[in-house]
Design a binder for this molecule. Structure first.
Ligand SMILES: *Cc1c(COP(=O)(O)O)cnc(C)c1O
Length: 243
């Protein structure tokens, strides 16, 4: 076997171990609160990770990837078959059509205008009903997009009527915290919001996408059904350019 094959096999093995380790941590967190970990889907957030490495991740058993930029995803997704893709970052109106073509799930529907546009475009493209999550700015953090909790109450009746979207649940990005425990109130608030909204609107599904590398175990304890984990799987990302 050539040196390149060797290196690739090491890469696959390292990713397989990282994946196993995160799954074990999810499992342990679920056991602490007597949940079944099969109710938690792991989305491997692969932003900035080159497509060659993602091919190794597929060999290592990764099944679902998350990307936050349509343009970056457009260069990766066509090269990797047999896996699923979630959009987890803010979607600009002019990229909505591409996002519908590329992604299986759009987790970051953060305004009524965007929801209307996605439903209309999905109708034009192929008429398939698209699973989406509504992103909620639980902490009212000015640096983040997402519905404010009161606004989502008001928007839900119209969102529920959009013919080509299926509202699978809610998503949030927790505040930058000193410790994982600091994120817990955000996760509790998202779960309570979901319970309250679902009591009045059966169109809203029960998915709760919350928790990232630093706090996904706390999110599992608080009822996450989707965790979005990047660095704990792929290692630290390069510092953003210009930032
Ligand atoms: C980058 C990102 C993640 C993953 O963050 P890590 O800290 O690398 O686990 C999750 N969700 C969103 C929306 C992201 O942009």
């Amino acid at each position: 076997m050539g040196r390149q094959d060797d290196e690739q096999d090491h890469g696959v093995e390292a990713l397989r171990e990282a994946h196993e380790h995160v799954l074990e941590r999810i499992d342990a967190a679920c056991r602490r609160v007597e949940r079944d970990s099969s109710g938690v889907q792991l989305v491997a957030v692969s932003k900035t990770v080159p497509v060659e490495r993602l091919a190794l991740a597929v060999r290592a058993g990764f099944e679902v990837f998350g990307e936050n930029r349509v343009q970056e995803a457009a260069s990766k997704i066509p090269q990797l078959g047999g896996v699923r893709w979630h959009l987890v970052g803010h979607l600009q109106a002019n990229k909505a059509r591409s996002a519908l073509e590329l992604f299986d799930v759009i987790e970051s529907v953060d305004s009524i205008d965007l929801a209307r546009r996605l439903s209309r475009l999905a109708g034009e493209l192929d008429g398939r009903v698209r699973p989406v999550l509504l992103q909620v700015n639980v902490d009212a953090d000015p640096a983040k997009t997402g519905f404010d909790p009161p606004a989502i109450d008001a928007a839900l009746p119209e969102l529920a009527e959009l013919p080509n979207l299926r509202l699978d649940g809610l998503m949030t990005v927790g505040r930058l915290a000193q410790s994982a425990e600091d994120a817990r109130p955000t996760f509790v608030a998202l779960r309570r919001l979901s319970d309250r909204l679902r009591a009045v609107s059966p169109a809203l599904g029960g998915e709760l996408s919350m928790g990232m590398s630093d706090d996904f175990e706390v999110a599992c304890e608080e009822g996450a059904t989707i965790v979005r984990v990047g660095r704990a799987l792929f290692g630290a990302r390069p510092a953003p350019r210009g930032g």
